[in-house]
Design a protein around this ligand. Structure first.
Ligand SMILES: *Cc1c(COP(=O)(O)O)cnc(C)c1O
Length: 365
């Protein structure tokens, strides 16, 4: 019997996360020029890093021999000012993936359950399984969250409900009013982990103020990230906003230096780069229109998306994905999310979206 056989069954049962294919890997595999490859697979910001964040990082380079500020004071202060919340209600993470795991580690254990939706973000089942808890998967409604069914799925042993709004990979959105009704009805001993990785991309009439709910609902945890509209996916930095007691427990299971100093500095600078955020938002609106119109012309049905990506149904999705790869365009197959007939494409620059639509047309022809 090997040591691996003795690892807990719930660890051995974990299916590894399948990330979007890196451009360097595709270049190696197919002998393509990496510079010509278009990656629309991980919902990154096609504009790159905010200029303010880049400048802040350059200024930080000489200090890298020192450990980062384990409390992330400056970034917390920037978030606190921005959202009008106390420093003690912030948890910083190595990506919001990290804070999702901190919530699972702090509140779940073998014998407990977490509720999430079919087609929900892949990190939820991973985080739940890694601590030996059990996931309860609630069937989706029109690919989105069925909040009534999720409320009904909560059991006495449930400690967390995960909701991504908008959801990835489907792009579906539930309104602020529906969400508030949901949290108001949730038992107070169950956390709602509300994953708002794409909230900055919401159109104005869809926006809602979840942070205002924190005062009333101490069982609410809001997670956000610098990986998407802020353009810092490679740095890995995200955060949770929660009641101080909840944040305290999450901080106890955190690595002392889980966010590195470049990330702390860059995130604080990016948070206030209003020009970059506006430009990124507007580029996404135009790109979304462009892609949606192009998919329509090709006769493909898409799921209306509130994020910076769109998921569409396409016959032989796996083969189409491979054909796009050979043309140097990387999109995301989502069979692992129970959607083998769909592909997800991130909104890129106008030229990248055009190239994607062109090679997609060829692949279908
Ligand atoms: C991209 C994404 C995140 C962010 O992950 P990071 O670890 O912050 O890069 C979180 N939730 C969802 C639903 C996402 O799609």
């Amino acid at each position: 019997m090997s040591v691996c056989d003795l690892a807990p069954g719930y660890i051995r049962a974990i299916a590894p996360y399948q990330p979007g294919k890196p451009t360097s890997e595709l270049a190696r595999e197919l002998g393509l020029d990496e510079a010509g490859i278009i990656k629309l697979a991980s919902n990154e910001n096609p504009l790159g890093v905010s200029p303010k964040a880049a400048a802040a990082m350059r200024a930080q380079l000489d200090d890298l021999a020192r450990y980062p500020d384990g409390n992330g004071f400056e970034l917390k202060q920037a978030l606190s000012r921005r959202f009008n919340i106390g420093l003690d209600g912030v948890v910083l993470g190595n990506g919001s993936n990290d804070v999702l795991e901190l919530a699972a580690r702090a509140f779940l254990a073998p014998g407990l359950t977490a509720v999430y939706a079919q087609h929900a973000f892949a990190v939820y089942p991973l985080a739940v399984q890694a601590v030996g808890a059990q996931g309860i998967v609630v069937p989706a409604r029109k690919f989105g969250h069925d909040l009534a069914a999720m409320a009904a799925a909560v059991r006495p042993d449930t400690r967390i409900v995960f909701v991504a709004n908008p959801n990835n990979p489907t792009g579906t959105f539930v309104t602020g009013a529906e969400l508030e009704k949901f949290i108001a009805a949730l038992p107070s001993d169950v956390l709602l982990v509300l994953d708002e990785a794409y909230t900055e991309y919401l159109r104005p009439d869809f926006r809602y103020d979840s942070i205002a709910w924190l005062k009333q609902y101490p069982n609410l945890v809001i997670t956000r990230t610098f990986s998407k509209v802020y353009g810092l996916a490679g740095l890995r930095v995200g955060y949770a906003l929660a009641a101080p007691e909840v944040a305290d427990l999450m901080n106890r299971v955190r690595q002392p230096f889980n966010v590195n100093s470049l990330s702390l500095t860059a995130a604080a600078a990016a948070l206030d780069d209003e020009d970059f955020l506006r430009e990124s938002y507007e580029l996404n609106c135009r790109g979304m229109d462009q892609i949606v119109a192009g998919l329509g012309k090709l006769g493909l049905v898409h799921i209306p998306s509130s994020g910076n990506f769109v998921t569409f149904a396409v016959p032989q999705a796996g083969a189409v994905f491979q054909k796009l790869l050979r043309q140097g365009v990387i999109v995301r197959p989502i069979a692992g999310y129970g959607m083998p007939e769909h592909l997800r494409v991130s909104v890129g620059l106008g030229s990248e979206n055009a190239r994607f639509l062109e090679v997609l047309k060829q692949a279908l022809g």
